[in-house]
Design a protein around this ligand. Structure first.
Ligand code: CP
Length: 359
């Protein structure tokens, strides 16, 4: 099934990814050549959850390409506050805009939106599930700041359990040759097993670590993450994890001269402010690369020809089955109309919205 919805990077080919990276670099160097690339086009930014970078970089991307934007950053200022469901909002906005960039707290919401949209839907984060344009941001940054996407030793530190950007980055970088990973976290916030399975299948070297000071000296890239307070069920559990890993100037002294520090941002307390002045701190540059990556993505998705599209398996409808993930959008009573769609992977049944395994 061919379409232009970017729900996850899984169905973006390596060639398409390289196309985005290349075009992002071209646009960065020659922005004037793309000033009218989206003249007359409208982007709808629908943010049901807070955002600074993703929302504003998409809006800036569209404005810099000559297009315009509409949307909301607080659903309570839209008819969502009156009980409008996702289907109706999306079906209607499809008639107003040419492309949708959407963030929503429920897992699988981007896929659900794509069912009712006649224009491309870009997933800007669906709960703890996927955030593909953050990964695009990360790989564009790695490509231009390290000069390569292979032969990198990448340390990922912090909340490796809830960090959707961590999962997506590992998945994507495991496709490039000779990348290895150091997974630095507490036992409670370690990467889920499915990520370990991906690393094993890709034949990537990896190890776990519980001390940033010991791990930092061998890294080419250090990807720091925030402990995601909003994903914890109790504040007590969050307080136990908060502040365990802090990157400061003293630890930076142990790192390679050419190691770079990335962070999807926002930061809380996991990178001391003093690190911002270190030339190896790339996280603000990374946010700027994100805008160029998103400009490239929008240009490619809005091209008239269908060459930049994704091929995903046709789902199967099983009305009597339900997804067992309570965070899945199909378990939200307000979205009762969603078809119970599933797909098979390695002989196992998975939810077509949130990708959870079905028992
Ligand atoms: N990195 C990221 O997604 O930032 P925002 O939540 O500010 O969009």
């Amino acid at each position: 099934m061919k379409h232009k919805n970017l729900i996850d990077l899984e169905y973006m080919s390596k060639e398409q990814l390289e196309q985005v990276i290349h075009l992002a670099g071209v646009i960065k160097e020659k922005p004037e050549a793309y000033r009218h690339a989206c003249d007359g086009k409208v982007m709808a930014t629908l943010f049901y959850e807070p955002s600074t970078r993703t929302q504003m970089s998409f809006q800036t991307a569209m404005l810099r390409l000559g297009g315009r934007t509409i949307g909301f950053d607080n659903p309570m200022n839209s008819s969502v506050a009156k009980g409008e469901n996702l289907k109706d909002t999306i079906a209607m906005i499809s008639g107003y805009a040419d492309i949708i960039a959407m963030r929503h707290p429920e897992e699988g919401s981007a896929k659900a939106a794509s069912l009712y949209s006649s224009i491309p839907v870009i997933n800007c984060g669906d709960g703890g599930h996927y955030h593909p344009t953050q990964t695009l941001t990360d790989v564009v940054t790695l490509n231009y700041e390290k000069g390569r996407l292979d032969n990198l030793k990448i340390g990922l530190c912090g909340d490796l359990l809830n960090g959707r950007t961590v999962h997506s980055l590992i998945k994507t970088m495991s496709h490039f040759k000779n990348n290895s990973f150091v997974l630095i976290s507490t036992k409670e916030l370690s990467v889920p097993q499915y990520i370990i399975d991906i690393l094993d299948r890709a034949g990537c070297e990896y190890k776990t670590a519980d001390n940033l000071r010991d791990a930092i000296s061998e890294l080419d890239v250090l990807y720091m993450t925030r402990i995601q307070r909003e994903r914890f069920t109790s504040d007590e559990e969050y307080q136990k994890q908060k502040g365990v890993f802090v990157l400061d100037a003293e630890k930076m002294k142990l790192a390679k001269e050419d190691m770079i520090v990335l962070h999807p941002l926002p930061r809380v307390d996991e990178i001391a402010i003093e690190v911002d002045d270190d030339p190896r701190a790339c996280y603000f540059k990374q946010a700027e690369y994100g805008m160029y990556g998103r400009m490239a993505l929008v240009v490619l998705l809005l091209r008239i020809e269908d060459s930049f599209s994704f091929d995903t398996p046709e789902p199967v409808l099983i009305p009597e089955k339900k997804c067992s993930n309570p965070k899945c959008i199909t378990n939200d009573p307000q979205q009762f109309y969603l078809p119970h769609n599933f797909y098979k992977k390695d002989g196992k049944l998975c939810c077509d919205y949130c990708d959870s395994l079905i028992n």
